[in-house]
Design a protein around this ligand. Structure first.
Ligand SMILES: [Zn+2]
Length: 392
C-alpha cells in the first residue's frame, strides 16, 4: 500500500526562481492541454449532435497524443523542466477528464494561485543529506521523521512563501489486528466529538482564536480598494492566517486520529455524506464538516497502516432511539437521554455513539458511489489540495 511523507524544503534564492519557473511552465502546459482537449470534445459534440462528420470520424485526444506531441515540439521553457515532470502535467489533465466522466466537475483552468505543485513520477530526484532535483539543484531539507518503504514519486508544493516535498512510498501491507477494543464516535453540531465510553474530544482553544483573527483580517481585506497594493498585501496576510488555521486543524486531526487508532482496533463513524443529504446546510456546519472529514480521513488511513478497522454507518435516527432499541424521540435541546423502557439515563451524544458502535457498517474500502468515502477519494488525487491564496 502507499504512504506519504511530507517535509519542508528550504531552496536558496536561485533555486526558488527555478522552482517558480517550473510551476509556471507546468501551469501553462496544463491550461493549454486542457484547452486543446476541451475544444476537441466540443467539436466532436457538435458532430454528434448534427450527425455530420466533415472531418471524418470523431477523434478524441488522449494522454498519449498529447505526450507525443509535446516531446516533438518543446518550447524553450519546457526544455528547462525535467521531461517526466511535464508528462505528469499531461497525466493530471487526463485524470481531471477521467474524474469528470466519473461524475466530478468539469475540468477547470488553473490560476497562478491555484496551481501549486509539480511531480517527479519516477526519477529525476534523489534524497540524501539534501534533496537533489533534476534541473533545479540540491535543496536543503529537514527530515523530521524516518521514511518507510520504497519511494515512488516526489511532489514539490508551494504554500504561499514556503515549499514542501511529499514522497509517496510503497509499504508492506500490515497484518490485520484482532478486534479487542471497539468504539463508536458521535460527531456533534458544535465542535465536539463523543466516544461511546462517554469521553469527549474538543479542538484546542487556540484554533478558535485563530478563527477570530481570520474574521478580523478578512474584514480589513474587504475594506481595501480593488487592485491596490495594500489590498494585495492584505490578501497575503489573510492567506497566511488561513494557512495557520489549516495547519492547526491538521495537527489536531493528526493527534486525535493517532490516539483513536492506538486505543481502538475498530472505530465507527456516521457517514457524514449521507447525513448532509438529509440535513439543510449552513456555512458554519460545512466548515466544521470539513474538519470532521479530515479527522475521519486521517483515522481511516492510519488504521489502514496499522491493520485496524474504520467503518461508516447509516446516520439515520442515531439520536432518536435507545441502546436497547426503544425509540426515544428528543429535540436538540434535550441533552440527557432517559429511556422509559430500560431506564437508561445517559448524555444524549454518548447514547448516539453507542448506537453508532453497534450498527452494521454500510461502506467498505473499495466500493464506489455513495459509499465511496471522501477520504478514499481524496487519497487518489493527493496532489490536488485547496488553493493556498484566497480572495480577489
Ligand atoms: Zn432503553
Amino acid at each position: 500500500m502507499k504512504k506519504a511523507f511530507q517535509f519542508r524544503i528550504y531552496p536558496n534564492k536561485n533555486q526558488e526562481v527555478k522552482l517558480n519557473r517550473t510551476l509556471s511552465t507546468c501551469r501553462h502546459l496544463y491550461n493549454d492541454s486542457l484547452g486543446e482537449r476541451k475544444r476537441q470534445s466540443e467539436l466532436n459534440e457538435l458532430e454528434r449532435t448534427f450527425g455530420v462528420s466533415p472531418w471524418g470520424k470523431p477523434e478524441w485526444i488522449n494522454y498519449y497524443d498529447q505526450a507525443n506531441n509535446m516531446s516533438g515540439s518543446k518550447t524553450d521553457f519546457q526544455k528547462e523542466v525535467f521531461s517526466q515532470v511535464l508528462q505528469n502535467v499531461l497525466k493530471r489533465v487526463d485524470r481531471s477528464f477521467k474524474n469528470f466522466y466519473n461524475g466530478f466537475g468539469y475540468p477547470r483552468f488553473q490560476g497562478r494561485n491555484r496551481y501549486n505543485s509539480f511531480t517527479y513520477p519516477q526519477k529525476g530526484f534523489e534524497l540524501d543529506e539534501k534533496l537533489n532535483l533534476s534541473k533545479i539543484g540540491n535543496i536543503r531539507i529537514i527530515q523530521h521523521r524516518e521514511i518507510e518503504g520504497k519511494i515512488k514519486t516526489c511532489t514539490i508544493k508551494k504554500d504561499i512563501d514556503q515549499w514542501y516535498v511529499t514522497f509517496s512510498c510503497e509499504i508492506e501491507n500490515p497484518i490485520p489486528a484482532e478486534i479487542k477494543t471497539k468504539t463508536g464516535i458521535d460527531v456533534g453540531l458544535i465542535d465536539l466529538i463523543t466516544l461511546s465510553n462517554g469521553e469527549q474530544i474538543k479542538p484546542p482553544k487556540f484554533l478558535r482564536e485563530s478563527e477570530d483573527k481570520l474574521t478580523h483580517e478578512q474584514k480589513r481585506l474587504s475594506r481595501k480598494k480593488k487592485g491596490s497594493g495594500k489590498r494585495n498585501r492584505q490578501r497575503i496576510i489573510v492567506a497566511k492566517v488561513h494557512r495557520k488555521i489549516r495547519n492547526q486543524r491538521k495537527d489536531f486531526a493528526h493527534k486525535t486520529s493517532r490516539n483513536l487508532v492506538d486505543t481502538y482496533d475498530s472505530i465507527k463513524f456516521e457517514d457524514l455524506q449521507i447525513k448532509n443529504m438529509v440535513q439543510n446546510h449552513c456555512l458554519a456546519k460545512s466548515i466544521s464538516d470539513a474538519g470532521w472529514y479530515q479527522l475521519m480521513n486521517f483515522t481511516e488511513y492510519k488504521a489502514e497502516y496499522a491493520g485496524k478497522f474504520v467503518e461508516f454507518v447509516n446516520p439515520a435516527g442515531t439520536s432518536q432511539e435507545c441502546i436497547c432499541g426503544y425509540p426515544v424521540l428528543k429535540d436538540l435541546s434535550v441533552r440527557i437521554h432517559r429511556c422509559p423502557s430500560c431506564g437508561l439515563v445517559m448524555p444524549r451524544d454518548q447514547v448516539s455513539a453507542n448506537i453508532i458502535e453497534n450498527r452494521p457498517s454500510i461502506s467498505t474500502v473499495g466500493t464506489t458511489g455513495i459509499n465511496a468515502h471522501q477520504g478514499l477519494l481524496n487519497r487518489g488525487s493527493m496532489q490536488w489540495e485547496a488553493p493556498t491564496l484566497q480572495g480577489e
